[in-house]
Ligand binder design. Structure first.
Ligand code: HEC
Length: 285
């Protein structure tokens, strides 16, 4: 539910006046929010994780392949059997060259109309798609940097990955490892160990000169991802547990948006700390 609300807020907030971007509207009476996507090439669209209604609209555009670069794979239950689904989870810090080559291979080996999505459709999806197009030599740096701004890619590591991407040797692209339909899942204890590392950098408001002061936005976004992944991973079977994890995701989303807003988010940090403790007390310790 929270994800839907966030998506709704983003759809309403996002403004787009670019001729290459599309808005899809559904008929009344129940009008889902328009999917806001960017058409980077005639066959490559990037945008947010769509709702089931929006999936229908996107399918109607002739999309045949969906690649999620979000922590979670594309939802096969809503996309149906006729589409090819791929999953390449990315974080907010970098797009490693091996991943760029894998994406480039996916786009060139089987050129069908493709939709690449992350969660919000603003940062990882566009950046990943642009690196793949640069590796393929389909677009140049001038076009890529215009798209970075148009899509609103804000994270420094993702912008750097695009700015440093170059046309690759075609053999390197062809020999890249094919993408999986669903990337390997991690156990809850492994995810919690990763949450712990990220949380170490987030738990206190950093002083401006501390090394973690510069990565607060990336860390907060990663925390949201890791908690979302945890909620989909086998854990305690108890409705209360799911409520707690949803609450933790909600708090992490608040922390993320306050940090992106330039606030110190001290209260959100302390509420999150209480939420880690409450869940551990009830379901771990
Ligand atoms: C909704 C419940 C819940 C929330 C919220 C939660 N955890 Fe956990 N955590 C667990 C459970 C359950 C385990 C035990 C997992 C297992 O061992 O299978 C665990 C395990 C851990 C572990 C031990 C991992 C290991 O090495 O086995 C750490 C560290 C941890 N959590 C950190 C955190 C931090 C930091 C937060 C808050 C930012 C947090 N957790 C939020 C439920 C939660």
């Amino acid at each position: 539910m929270i994800r839907v609300l966030v998506a709704l807020a983003l759809f309403t907030l996002a403004a787009c006046d670019d001729a290459n971007s599309g808005l899809i509207h559904a008929d009344p009476p129940v009008k889902p929010p328009a999917v806001q996507f960017h058409r980077l090439t005639p066959d490559l669209l990037v945008g947010p994780r769509p709702s089931p209604e929006q999936v229908l609209e996107l399918s109607a555009l002739g999309i045949q392949k969906v690649i999620s670069v979000d922590a979670l794979p594309p939802e096969s239950s809503v996309w149906g059997d006729s589409l090819q689904l791929r999953h390449l989870p990315l974080d907010y810090r970098d797009i490693p060259r091996t991943f760029q080559l894998q994406l480039a291979r996916e786009l060139s080996a089987d050129p069908v109309k493709t939709y690449i999505h992350c969660h919000h459709g603003q940062h990882r999806g566009p950046a990943a798609a642009l690196t793949a197009l640069l590796n393929l030599g389909t677009i140049d740096q001038v076009e890529a940097s215009a798209w970075l701004d148009r899509c609103g890619v804000a994270y420094r590591g993702l912008r750097n990955a695009v700015q440093n991407a170059e046309p690759a040797n075609p053999e390197d692209i062809q020999s890249a490892t094919p993408l999986l339909e669903v990337a390997e899942t991690k156990s809850l204890s492994r995810l919690m160990a990763e949450i712990d590392q990220v949380w170490d950098r987030l738990k206190r408001v950093p002083s401006p000169e501390a090394p973690n002061a510069r990565t607060q936005a990336e860390d907060a976004s990663e925390l949201v991802d890791l908690l979302r992944l945890s909620s989909g991973t086998a854990g305690p079977v108890d409705p209360g547990y799911h409520q707690q994890i949803r609450k933790a995701i909600d708090l992490a989303i608040t922390l993320e948006s306050q940090i992106l807003d330039g606030q110190d988010a001290a209260e959100a940090r302390s509420k999150l700390r209480a939420s880690c403790r409450a869940c551990h007390r009830a379901y771990r310790d």
